[in-house]
Design a protein around this ligand. Sequence first.
Ligand code: 4AD
Ligand code: MG
Length: 469
Amino acid sequence: MEKLKRQRVFDLLKGHVDNLINEQVNVKGWVRTKRGNKNVAFIAINDGSIIHNIQVVVDVAAFADDELLKKVTTGSCISVNGKLVESQGAGQHVEILADSIEVYGTADPELYPLQKKGHSLEFLREIAHLRPRTNTFGAVLRIRHALAFAIHQYFNNKSFYYLHTPIITGSDAEGAGAMFRVTTLDLQNIPHKENGTIDFEQDFFGKETNLTVSGQLEGELGALALSNVYTFGPTFRAENSNTTRHLAEFWMIEPEMAFYDITDNQDLAEDFLQYLVKYVLQICIDDLEFLQKMYDKELIERLKFVTENTFERISYTQAIDILVSSGVKFEFPVKWGVDLQSEHERFLVEKHFKKPVILTDYPRDIKAFYMKQNDDGKTVRAMDVLFPKIGEIIGGSQREEDYDKLVSRIREMEIPEKDVWWYLETRKFGTAPHSGFGLGFERLVLFVTGMGNIRDVIPFPRTPLNAEF
Ligand code: 4AD
Ligand code: MG
């Protein structure tokens, strides 16, 4: 077969290809469908560059190699040379009249799991190695990429530096959740000290280590030198929470800013989220339209709504008042001091305010040690951003920059000072007011795609009892 430059399906369907009309082109991709009769065959090819397929038309009689055409079935991978022509049929601008076809890989129709359309999302999770080939996961993965790119672009435009924080950590100061241990000790023959405890001095790092639950503490070290930084990396939480919004391995974006107070922090979070949603509305509209049609009729309207309305900002205490006086019977009863559940968050966002809400000034007893203490002695300068359908999408705070207050909080919470001495030193040497937050990347992708389960917005989800792929 003549070697021609490969054209992406995206470029042929969306690009300015007038100069290629009536020219020989090449496309490569996976066959989505083949239909037709003994005179003509229509092959729909998708190469992952766009939700749409390009149609290849084959004049069967003129096509000498019958055996080859038989191998072209749903799921097979082919390369096609042919003439690009304006399409006769409705629904597409151009199509290809095939001259020659090469089959790279067949897919036995008896065995190929995606032979038929319309599999359930649950079934597709069991074939995570193949599900990127479906329209749904193609759309989700392209949107996921666009969001990741837009995040870096946003911060780069604002002169924030991307800080790479460690994935293996020697401290659990954050206390955000149970951790996964990292060890090279022989589990069949664990070394013990004389007092019977495990001798971690013999472990790889000479101490206990785990996978990180957050890059924040190291992010703060960066902010107290470079002013504005952000992390974007994987984080790990070994909680046994089997919900549609929790993963054991998820990606988090954590900006950390010197000289920002809690209001600056809220402003950044709101501007950031609106920027990201606008970006996707602009860049990924074909994928959004597909997901809207298939899964969520209000998707695009909801996304636009978030970009067009300012977020409601209220205190935790005001939120409790609203929830209590609503008269709604929640599964988890509310009173001042309790941690809010997603049913409460979603009531505030979807029923009461009907827009995103930023809650601040939570009770200090339900928040991490590093949050700045308010003068009332009861609350801390925390903030959570709550989104429709998701609940908490961002958690953050202004940080306690006062050495003495921080130390007394650490002692109160019985956090071993030997684990956080380096963190405390930033308050000893040139401390500064500063703030930051963490955006759960998959929660963002969940919101933007309108999917219902967080397992369907990451290529290979890690949840309890699930690490096959
Ligand atoms: O609220 P979290 O636990 O906050 C922190 O980790 C802080 N260190 C962030 C900071 O201030 N720099 O987590 C932040 C966000 C949540 O709002 C949520 O979107 C997401 O991370 N998240 C999860 N996403 C998926 N699966 C889980 N198990 C998650 N836990 C938190
Ligand atoms: Mg939180």
